[in-house]
Design a binder for this molecule. Structure first.
Ligand code: CTP
Length: 405
């Protein structure tokens, strides 16, 4: 992962929440490492966190006051949780207990950290630490999914010997890994600066008559998340969007199309000026042969239409591909790997992100997704379940490596 410290704002501020896990003692190392990397750290220590580590330790290491109580009597007239929320370039909760995760997922704000959590607009990183049975408890997993769905990024705990003597997953991620995640978020990785990325998103509509059409359930969310993430990382992004009601991400040039033919024309017009194409759209595979100019009238008998194949946009580009890196998506309901690999070959792609659209959390219209990414060298990498923003960045990391080859 490219972590360019020089790209970061000099006074980047991490607001660190320390909750009541035995791993709270590791917060000392975490604060010290962040400070050594030139980052301001403002710590919020919960009442249970303070059972495991003293405010004095964290104050000394962070060279800043440690916030403890929601209604502390201080000389400042500032509303503390709002002030802390405003200061945060990143809110990092490490270690995060099951209790914190549960309350945060349910909008409870009964202490300073939880109130700050509700008020921040910065990215949020959460590093859980707990017993493995607690971690795998469906309630905790549901709370984690809720928070992921709201854009929180989780730094996965590791396997190992736990404080209670059990062996399992639940140990706080290594400090180096937590710090790396913070640096990645802070540097906002302008690693796609100067790259021109073409993204397609959403369904197409194939007209039957002036009032009817054939379409599909693609919501466009994945493609829009990719366009947004790529623009944030410095790319010049053109987004070719089918009919969806989604806001155009800041800094992205949007071209609206309706039919597969229009999408093809728009992609072809932009392709030569692009370094990469990500086809997250679901263009129709068929169009109606004879589109009626007038509204078709109901008949009391069965009715059939002739459908003609549309152009496979990706496949049609195989011939004119030069330096471009091309990533496709494979929406599958069965034989995921086999079908995705066939599409990768057949369409001459660098990558294909295969997702099972029949599963509950990874199908259409939802905010989460999970893919297996196949590349042309035969590697397969599973993303795990992520929100679409996280997944967008995950996919862009692979694209970037390929662009830099
Ligand atoms: N695609 C395309 N042009 C089309 C249809 C699909 O470029 N007319 C692209 C999609 O944007 C996606 C990839 O091809 O990146 C795979 O799309 P998918 O719908 O999964 O597969 P199809 O090739 O349409 O095959 P099938 O519907 O039989 O699964």
């Amino acid at each position: 992962m490219n972590t360019n410290h020089a790209d970061m704002k000099k006074t980047a501020c991490v607001v660190l929440g320390v909750t009541g896990s035995i791993a709270a003692y590791k917060a000392a190392d975490l604060v010290s490492t962040l400070i050594k990397r030139g980052i301001d750290v403002r710590t919020i220590l919960t009442a249970s966190g303070a059972q495991f580590i003293t405010p004095l330790t964290l104050k000394t290491l962070s060279r800043a006051p440690v916030a403890l109580e929601q209604f502390a009597h201080s000389s400042s007239t500032d509303v503390e949780h709002i002030e802390l929320a405003k200061q945060a370039d990143v809110l990092l909760i490490a270690p995060a207990t099951a209790n914190f995760i549960g309350k945060a997922a349910n909008g409870i704000a009964d202490d300073l950290l939880l109130s700050t959590f509700l008020a921040v607009t910065s990215p949020i990183l959460i590093a859980p630490a707990m017993n493995s049975k607690m971690l795998t408890n469906p309630v905790v997993q549901r709370n984690i999914s809720v928070l992921r769905g709201r854009g929180c990024e989780f730094i996965e705990p590791e396997e190992g010997l736990l404080a209670c003597g059990d062996i399992g997953r639940g140990r706080l991620a290594p400090i180096e890994m937590i710090v790396r995640s913070v640096m990645n978020v802070l540097s906002l990785k302008q690693d796609l600066l100067g790259k021109r990325i073409l993204v397609t998103a959403g369904p197409t509509r194939e007209a039957i008559d002036p009032v009817r059409f054939i379409s599909n359930r693609s919501s466009g969310k994945m493609g829009f998340a990719i366009a947004k993430a790529a623009a944030k990382r410095g790319a010049r992004v053109t987004l070719i969007a089918g009919p969806v009601h989604l806001e155009t991400p800041t800094g992205v040039e949007r071209i609206n199309i309706v039919s597969c033919e229009q999408m093809r024309n728009a992609v072809e017009a932009e392709f030569n000026n692009s370094d990469a194409l990500i086809m997250a759209a679901a263009p129709a595979d068929y169009k109606v042969e004879a589109v009626s100019n007038q509204k078709l009238k109901k008949q009391n008998s069965s009715f059939s239409m002739t459908m003609l194949p549309t152009t496979d946009i990706l496949k049609s580009l195989a011939c004119c591909k030069k330096h471009q890196v091309i990533m496709g998506f494979a929406a599958e309901t069965e034989f995921l790997e086999q079908n995705a690999k066939a599409k990768l070959l057949n369409k001459n792609l660098d990558f294909i992100a295969a997702n099972d659209v029949s599963a509950k959390n990874t199908g259409f219209e939802v905010d989460t997704n999970q893919v297996t990414l196949f590349d042309k060298a035969g590697n397969a990498t599973k993303s795990g379940l992520m929100n679409k923003k996280e997944l967008a960045n995950w996919l862009l990391n692979f694209l970037l490596d390929e662009l830099n080859k």
